[in-house]
Design a binder for this molecule. Structure first.
Ligand code: DAH
Length: 340
């Protein structure tokens, strides 16, 4: 039996060296040290031993078991460590690999231009006002010196909700609303960006579009102030060499009124298809606030004066970016929108 134990130890010590995984080690434990393992099998024969031999063999058997167990223990540690290293290196990331770029949203070209217009006028001390898109006939027309049956109403085909309520056809009603709110404070110095609605729909007209209104009321505001502010705007928006041209025009809420052109940004005034060979592009309507509008707004036209203007954001955006079809701005095709 002594011999058997020695052989078993030798055999087991060789075999344990072949173990390369925790699974192998577990198999090994079952094979040698388990309930039905080889060592246990040998020890079953202990009963046949003499009383003198039994303790000696017992001791030897304990030694063999202890030695195998401690080897098993040692190797388990080694293999665990190796497996940990292996799994760590499998998880290692290559920080030189290019990452997955999150797709960023973009600003719509109209929003870009509205913000740019706001920045320019804020730089001149204007503040931003807003007003409702569903508007009273009173603010959209009457307070702007466009009484019922006035032919100027025909210039702006409107969406009526009821005889007194409509979708605003321009941002000008916010002139009247702001005067009401601020009177008698001076100066009133605002711009009003927003959506407006007209019954129009073709390649150059959309039933919804955007305007930015401007209004300055103070003591001694003159036509030359209007010109200076608009020239400054045109230069910041379209380039330092911009020229502007004011043409006499008519709006019921201003007197005198002017339409304002900028020198053509395509041909620099030489004449091309964009400007219809005139060298000029119309970008806004403007004028000195009509005394009746001041009066209805609660200001005394004998004491104060003002100018106003209104521009179409779509038109300015199309000119600035060379967009030739208005509908591109509303179809929301990402291939178009990604370019801004
Ligand atoms: N409200 C006008 C329109 O929609 C534009 C306009 C013209 C606004 C002259 C003004 C102005 O404030 O003074 O056609």
């Amino acid at each position: 039996m002594r011999e058997q134990l020695h052989l078993l130890k030798e055999k087991a010590e060789k075999e344990i060296l072949q173990c390369t995984s925790l699974n192998d080690l577990n198999d090994f434990r079952i094979k040698y040290l388990g309930k039905k393992g080889e060592l246990t099998q040998i020890l079953r024969g202990m009963g046949k031993l003499s009383a003198e031999e039994r303790p000696l063999i017992g001791q030897l058997a304990n030694e063999v078991r202890d030695s195998l167990e401690s080897k098993l223990q040692e190797l388990t540690e080694v293999i665990k460590k190796k497996e940990l290293e292996r799994s760590l290196s499998a998880e290692k990331i290559d920080i030189t690999l290019p990452g997955i770029r999150p797709e960023l949203g973009r600003q719509h070209p109209l929003s870009i231009v509205i913000e740019e217009i706001e920045e320019i006028f804020m730089g001149m001390g204007f503040t931003i006002e807003e007003g409702p898109e569903i508007e009273l006939d009173y603010y959209n027309f009457e307070a702007l010196n466009i009484p019922k049956d006035h032919p100027a109403r025909e210039m702006q085909d409107s969406f009526y909700i009821s005889p007194e309520v409509l979708l605003r056809t321009h941002t000008s009603p916010v002139q009247a609303r702001t005067m009401e709110k601020m009177r008698p404070q001076l100066p009133v110095k605002i711009i009003v960006p927003g959506k407006v609605y007209r019954r129009d729909d073709d390649a150059t007209h959309s039933p919804m579009f955007h305007q930015v209104e401007g209004l300055l009321i103070d003591k001694n505001v003159r036509f030359s102030d209007l010109k200076g502010v608009l020239l400054n705007f045109a230069r910041q928006m379209f380039g330092a060499n911009q020229k502007i041209r004011l043409r006499p025009s008519f709006f019921p809420f201003t007197e005198p009124s002017a339409e304002v052109d900028i020198s053509c940004i395509m041909c620099k005034g030489a004449g091309c298809r964009t400007c219809g060979h005139t060298g000029w592009l119309e970008i806004l309507g403007s004028g000195m606030v009509h005394p009746r509008v001041l009066e209805m707004g609660g200001y005394n036209p004998e004491e104060v004066s003002g100018f106003a203007f209104g521009m179409g954001v779509e038109r300015i955006t199309m000119l600035k970016y060379g967009i030739d079809d208005l509908r591109l701005l509303f179809e929301n095709d990402v291939r178009f929108l990604r370019q801004f």
